[in-house]
Design a protein around this ligand. Structure first.
Ligand code: IPM
Ligand code: MG
Length: 367
């Protein structure tokens, strides 16, 4: 049988430098664990715009549809702020999500013990935090029609449409219930059923799907209250299910609870392909961080942990994913810190590649 295939889209800013460390990790799993991947690389975001005048070339889109999983670094940068909306780097990422139909975005927010003091919240509120946000990713106000800027009565009107079909809610709800089943069996669904019809439908459909998952405890919350509860007492949650736009906001909020954006991975999953694997794209939650790009300062952990999610969700290698996550945790516990994880008072930060090396050493030690 041929090796599973990976398409690496390192993208912009710190994307390429953190992805270089992921490549080393992939190499380690090939050498030491006999897990070999056919890796190809291509461009996305500003890098694709510079080469082709579009943030995602059609050939790259076609490749993404064929591989077993896509690993993405980051897109965007100030250089591209002036571009027309239709060719901005973000459009490349949104096209991948939409055309691969990656409807379930898994965003874990986990507080590593060694980093609990980095949270802007009190340590006891966040230590041990382990929640999973499931964000709908291919519909809602990000994609709803009509959209655009129109002229009415001699003034401009900006329009976006929040639109959800039953089947779109049903499939992402099932993904969230399945995950909850494997975790602490608690699911909280967030919408604005008090002001939005799409929220009423969301609540109805999630409640219907619950009939198939009676072993999971379901609750509903208005999304604004959800934001407040996330900051007040985040450990009350296990899995949070929400729509595309609320999910964008709530996942940034949850990410910051952990105090370390440089540590958070994500997975975007679609329907199963012929080989049974889900369509999948894995990416760190952090952005392209143009202010530190190219300086070897970036923390590669989030991107490395995104590869761990790929091992778990695309390649059925949960044990190896655990091994990689444990290696990252050990490196943190040993006090190894990139610049983003330094306290004001101190020590010398390690570089991106030194962090990669420390994680590889921890992997070696795990054998
Ligand atoms: C995210 C980002 C994206 C989004 C941007 C880069 C298009 O904020 O993945 O959360 O809004 O979905
Ligand atoms: Mg966001």
């Amino acid at each position: 049988m041929s090796n599973p295939s990976l398409l690496i889209l390192a993208g912009d800013g710190i994307g390429p430098e953190v992805m270089a460390e992921v490549q080393r990790i992939i190499g380690w799993f090939g050498d030491k664990r006999g897990l070999n991947f056919d890796v190809s690389e291509d461009l996305v975001g500003g890098a694709a715009y510079d080469a082709h005048g579009v943030p995602l070339h059609d050939d790259t889109m076609a490749k993404a549809q064929e591989v077993d999983a896509v690993l993405l670094g980051a897109v965007g940068g100030p250089k591209y702020d002036v571009l027309d909306f239709s060719v901005k780097p973000e459009r490349g990422l949104l096209r991948l999500r939409k055309e691969m139909d990656l409807f379930a975005n898994l965003r874990p927010a986990q507080c590593f013990d060694a980093l609990a003091e980095f949270s802007s919240l009190k340590k006891d509120i966040v230590s041990g935090l382990d929640i999973m946000i499931v964000r709908e990713l291919t519909s809602g106000s990000y994609f709803g029609e009509p959209r655009g800027i129109f002229t009415e009565n001699n003034e401009r009107v900006g329009i976006n449409t929040q639109r959800y079909t039953e089947s779109e809610i049903d499939r992402v709800a099932r993904a969230a219930f399945e995950l909850a089943r494997k975790r602490n069996k608690k699911l909280c669904s967030m919408e604005k059923a008090n002001v939005m019809e799409s929220g009423i439908l969301w609540r109805d459909v999630v409640t219907e799907v619950h009939a198939d998952y009676q072993d999971v405890e379901l609750s509903h919350m208005y999304a604004d209250n959800g934001a407040m509860q996330l900051v007040r007492a985040p450990k009350q949650f296990d899995v949070i299910l929400t729509d595309n736009l609320f999910g964008d906001l709530l996942s940034d909020c949850a990410a910051m609870l952990t105090g370390s954006l440089g540590m958070l991975p994500s997975a975007s999953l679609g329907a199963p392909m012929e080989n049974g694997r889900p369509k999948a794209l894995y990416e760190p939650v952090h952005g392209s961080a143009p202010d530190i790009a190219g300086q070897g300062k970036a923390n590669p952990s989030a991107c490395i942990l995104s590869f761990a999610m790929a091992l778990r969700y695309s390649f059925d290698q949960g044990g190896e994913a655990d091994r990689l996550e444990a290696a990252v945790e050990k490196v943190l516990a040993d006090g190894v810190r990139t610049a983003d994880l330094m306290q004001a008072d101190g020590g010398t930060p390690v570089s991106t590649s030194e962090m990669g090396s420390a994680i590889i050493a921890a992997l070696d030690a795990s054998l």
